[in-house]
Design a protein around this ligand. Structure first.
Ligand SMILES: [Zn+2]
Length: 334
């Protein structure tokens, strides 16, 4: 099975997902043009709702296909206007009759832009993706005491926002202490009462950690706890750290990753092994058979924005690797 997704995010680009679907189609057509037969049959797939901003969760179509979500549960997901996913599929003529349920795959390959700057900055042509990193999502809440911004002396304040600010600055330093490839992001925050002349009594923020090593991720979680408690002490705050989501790291099958690496060698392209720090449908299809992904560089590493771009030369190299790796996994019959 070859493919990716055609849906996007608001203000998304034209390569994220679409490249992998069109490349899969191109590979199937090229095999036909050249009369190349494979021992295993080939399927081209366009996964519905990979991104998920309109109908959360992300990777809904591949999630149903791989048995993670029930079909009717997926159909019942609603968008912000209350419209149901199943009814919207019906409306656009995409609620098909073919059963969407788990079955073994001989292999799954997905070509995708890297969505990061590593290949471009290192001048490497292709990424042989070894797996998808684990994600930890935390919600940190710090509670102090609401008071007047004027008469309350500095020494008598319990300012939740000051505690949060110190914690956030310290959380940024955690990846550097654990591994060069680990990343941490505080992307969302709420402050109460959020007024210019009131000392904030409550500040809550999100933390997103990503890495391929589960042991280091556990350590990162502990370090967030220690960091938050240290930051709270100075302002005498109460704190809570809650796990609100995430997923464990998923290594791809060595046979499929090896087929991608072998295809790069055979074609004479420079490549490196790397982990994907973003989620993809391959995460679920990997449960049904040997899966791997192929990354190509994208301009400036930018993605999920209209300026997302990639060169046609890189796209063609990606297609070539996809075709060669496919022939390895599917077996050449003629
Ligand atoms: Zn994508």
């Amino acid at each position: 099975m070859l493919g990716s997704h055609l849906d996007s995010v608001p203000f998304g680009g034209r390569f994220d997902g679409a490249l992998g679907v069109l490349a899969a189609l191109e590979v199937a057509r090229s095999l036909n043009d050249r009369g190349i037969l494979t021992r295993r049959p080939i399927e081209v797939v366009n996964w519905t709702n990979e991104e998920g901003p309109r109908f959360p969760p992300a990777m809904l179509g591949s999630g149903v296909f791989c048995g993670k979500y029930g079909r009717d549960w997926a159909y019942a997901r609603r968008d912000g206007e209350g419209k149901r996913f199943g009814e919207e599929l019906e409306r656009i003529g995409y609620r098909g009759p073919v059963p969407c349920r788990p079955r073994p795959l001989g292999g799954y390959l997905e070509l995708h832009i890297e969505q990061g700057p590593v290949l471009e900055s290192e001048g490497v042509q292709v990424g042989a993706v070894e797996g998808i990193v684990g994600i930890v999502w935390l919600r940190v809440t710090m509670k102090g005491e609401r008071d007047h911004a004027g008469p309350t002396p500095m020494s008598m304040r319990r300012d939740a926002l000051v505690g949060a600010a110190r914690a956030i600055a310290a959380i940024r330093e955690i990846p550097g202490k654990l591994h060069p490839d680990m990343v941490a992001t505080v992307g969302e925050m709420s402050v109460s009462p959020n007024a210019i002349n009131v000392i904030p009594d409550r500040a809550a923020f999100s933390v997103d950690f990503r890495h391929s090593d589960e042991g280091l991720m556990r350590r990162a979680r502990e370090m967030v706890m220690e960091t938050v408690e240290d930051a709270a002490r100075g302002e005498k705050l109460e704190v809570s750290v809650e796990e609100v989501g995430g997923s464990t790291a998923l290594p791809f099958h060595p046979e499929a990753v090896g087929a991608v690496a072998g295809a790069c060698r055979e074609a004479g392209y420079t490549f490196r092994r790397m982990w994907s720090a973003a989620g993809h449908d391959a995460r679920y299809t990997a449960e049904l058979g040997p899966a791997a992904m192929i990354f190509i560089p994208c301009t400036g590493g930018k993605s999920h924005t209209e300026i997302e771009d990639a060169s046609w030369e890189d796209a063609a190299r990606g297609c070539d690797v996809l075709a060669r790796a496919l022939i390895t996994l599917a077996g050449r019959a003629g």
